[in-house]
Design a protein around this ligand. Structure first.
Ligand code: NAP
Length: 361
């Protein structure tokens, strides 16, 4: 099946029914919950630990000030029974929970198992829950590519929704491997039934202000901290990457959920950029107070010192990503979901400001 050709089926979601969001404590999921609450919807939010009131405080605050309602359900991705109760009566499911971290010892246990088993458990539950009409799965550009050199394989040197990551493995970029395995499984499970429609949102690196700056786990913050904590004060590599604002990612999920004709995969990326330019976007406002990078580190130097500074900066990774332009074709989401993306500077400054105010940088 070509996942990107329009289907005959359109899906109308009844907004009086509850909507489920997995991993509601997460960076991206928090903004999806916020967007649903703004519309007055009832959110069935799955979290690992509903007793941890501190991790839920920002969601409680949103529910108190916005028209919608939130109900919490305890669910671990590895538990096949956990999603029945939160999914009951839902027509729309957002599956966002999945670990995004590079701080791991055992990639199989810490990344692959929760990503893959979680997708299986959520989608199999959907197939046994007659009310479910549509699942919006948070995949990633990491399911499309591993290294910026792969952009050259696409038409006009751009990644497209027709491309799949075939170069990651348990040993090379295991997070990307977890995302491509999970998304492939999602499409397989979708193909085994004809009750619910599947849409994937494939964001590039997500940046922007967190709703809960004191409890961040996403690697997006590790990347931000590396830009501002002095690690890059002598310069930063021009590491090609895409960036998208977390608020735009939530909007993309919302539109994918409620646009009847939405279908297939959607690359969700605001800017073709690189690590150095992320740092430069903060210079104007924060350059006096923080040791931000101002110049590019030459590739040979990154090759020499990179592997000693960060275990992910392997020679192979540097060769395939530093001084390599990253480009993605975002015409599908702009055309079909009418998405517009915030300026990069606004995203970066708002993220930095939120972390400064919380005392996190
Ligand atoms: P995050 O803030 O760390 O959120 C991850 C969420 O997954 C958390 O709510 C976490 O719950 C939950 N989770 C992890 N393991 C779980 C398990 N075994 N059982 C139940 N829940 C579990 O990261 P994020 O950046 O928002 O990522 C969310 C999604 O966006 C992921 O699917 C990620 O791959 C995707 N994505 C992120 C980016 C990015 O740049 N941030 C880019 C593309 C795609 P706890 O709070 O209990 O730990």
């Amino acid at each position: 099946m070509n996942k990107n050709s329009p289907l005959n089926m359109t899906v109308q979601i009844d907004s009086s029914k509850p909507v489920m969001v997995t991993g509601a404590t997460g960076y991206v999921a928090g903004y999806i919950v916020k967007r649903l609450l703004e519309e007055g919807l009832t959110v069935h939010a799955t979290v690992r630990d509903p007793e941890n009131k501190q991790k839920l405080a920002h969601l409680d605050d949103l529910a108190a000030e916005l028209p919608g309602n939130i109900h919490y359900f305890k669910a671990d991705l590895l538990d096949p029974e956990a999603f029945f109760s939160p999914m009951k009566d839902c027509e729309l499911v957002f599956h966002t929970a999945s670990p995004f971290t590079s701080d791991i010892k055992d990639p199989q246990r810490e990344l692959i198992d929760p990503a893959l088993r979680g997708t299986e458990n959520v989608l199999r539950t959907a197939s046994k829950t007659p009310s479910v009409k549509r699942v919006v799965d948070t995949s990633s550009c990491a399911a499309i590519y591993s290294d910026a050199t792969e952009c050259a394989l696409g038409p006009d040197g751009m990644l497209t929704e027709d491309m799949w990551n075939t170069s990651s493995s348990l040993n090379y970029q295991p997070y990307s491997f977890s995302k491509v395995l999970a998304e492939r499984r999602a499409w397989e499970l979708h193909g085994e039934q004809n009750q619910w429609e599947l849409i994937t949102i494939n964001p590039s690196l997500v940046m922007g202000p967190p709703l809960n700056p004191s409890h961040v786990t996403s690697d997006s913050f590790m990347i931000m901290k590396q830009l501002v904590d002095g690690t890059a004060k002598m310069g930063a590599p021009k590491l090609g990457m895409g960036i998208v604002d977390v608020r735009d990612v939530a909007e993309a999920h919302y539109r994918a959920g409620f646009t009847p004709e939405a279908h297939g995969r959607y690359i969700t990326s605001g800017h073709n950029t690189n690590f150095l330019d992320l740092g430069k976007s903060l210079l104007n406002k924060y350059g006096d107070k923080y040791p931000l990078p101002k110049r590019a580190l030459p590739k040979w130097l990154v090759m020499l010192v990179g592997p000693m500074m960060n275990k992910q900066l392997t020679r192979e990774f540097i060769r395939k990503n530093v001084d390599v332009e990253w480009k993605a074709d975002t015409s599908k989401i702009k055309r079909e979901l009418n998405m517009k993306f915030r300026p990069l500077k606004e995203t970066m400054e708002d993220m930095m400001q939120a972390l400064v105010e919380a005392g996190e940088v």
